[in-house]
Design a protein around this ligand. Sequence first.
Ligand SMILES: O=P(O)(O)OC[C@H]1O[C@](O)(CO)[C@@H](O)[C@@H]1O
Ligand SMILES: [Mn+2]
Length: 450
Amino acid sequence: MAAVQAVQGVPPSLSAKVTGSFAYLTIRDRLPTILTKVIDTIHRNKNSFFEEYGEEGISSEKQAISLLSKLRNELQTDKPLLLLTDGLQDAESWNQYLQRQQRLLGDQYTVSWFNSPWLYVECYMYRKIQEALVLNPPISNFDVYKEGKTQSFFESQQAVITLCTYLADIHKNMEKLSKNQLFEFFTKLLQVSLWGNKCDLSISAGKENSQKTSPIDSLNSLQPFILVDDSNMVWSALSSSQRLEESGKNAAERVDIVLDNAGFELVTDLVLADFLVSSGLVRQVHFHGKCFPWFVSDVTAGDFQWTIWQTMAANHRWMSKSGAQWQRYLKEGVWCYHDHPFWTQPHEFCDMAADAPDLYATLQEADLVVFKGDLNYRKLTGDRDWDHTVDFSTALRGFRPAPLCSLRTLKANVQVGLQPGQGEKLTSLDPNWMTSGKYAIIQLYSPKSE
Ligand SMILES: O=P(O)(O)OC[C@H]1O[C@](O)(CO)[C@@H](O)[C@@H]1O
Ligand SMILES: [Mn+2]
């Protein structure tokens, strides 16, 4: 078992403590590779730092690289995790979290890379990368993953065009669609957004991972790999939302999408959001992104705006029309983008109500919250060694701001809500089913289903 740390009645956190576990291999192999790429990227940009900031840019580049090399060395030699020193708004909360981990571990041990929860340590690495830049103005705002995110967007261009054209076809016939046809398009676009999550750059340690085939044509062949498919219930959650009943209106007020990766995945999320509002199913969509570059490919405010502008500027009729429509949604407040420091902290989501009550209250305003991706699923379930048959609601441990749905391809060994025997069967068929990104879930929690 790759786990440490018992909280009463709850399974331990996944951790690199167990040699050979996926957590162990991630920390031993993938994270140093990511750090090396970050160092290379900063180094390759030396000339542009010089052009922009002169000698000061060069010395910041050197300093940042030296901090990052030190970080890589500390990781590889399992040194203690250190307090943050950059004085940013969230630094205090990170430092308190380190103390919390220390208390859980007890006096005999010091919190270090291989003996602590994997979720915490992996998040900490990305925050330390941020610190290395923040401590070195004028390059503090440099996004070390921008190139990869941009490349992933452009390499998926054909798939983006296919999607935007598909969306335009739906728009043309929208008035005539029956409820059943609407449901069919809804499930298709939900699945497109689900499989978009295959395209993250963290699992591939930054190696190119874009969408090359038609995202619509592949859906049928991918269907057998969806291990939990609560699409029907997601649809019901939307079309019979409590507010809908109370207000007598025929559209849900608001869906929140907690975004994951930029590039192709973000486009699939925007297309889904477009369908939700243009079909009249939902009045507003609120997107949640990251405050700083995170887990290689995650969406920041800059990526969000860039993607919409690029879509608008594309030399393709339906793609540019989609982009222009999305910009209008933003301007009119039909769509809103938010970020909050909690999304770039290491907490399990069951801590949100206590540690980020303002964010919890924001999510409570939604009729449905969609959580994209693997990291969000790890945080929803606490990244713990749950039995596969445990209910999703049990694993959420009281996190229930609104009905919520996880759209995730499996890239970490945590999965709940399976049928008895399903996990064992999968293990015998494919021992890496939880980490290969080949399988996926559409998993709903709704207070009504309890
Ligand atoms: O972008 P996603 O779907 O959250 O995936 C990121 C995942 O990749 C990994 O970095 C692989 O280790 C996981 O830690 C993480 O859960
Ligand atoms: Mn991600």
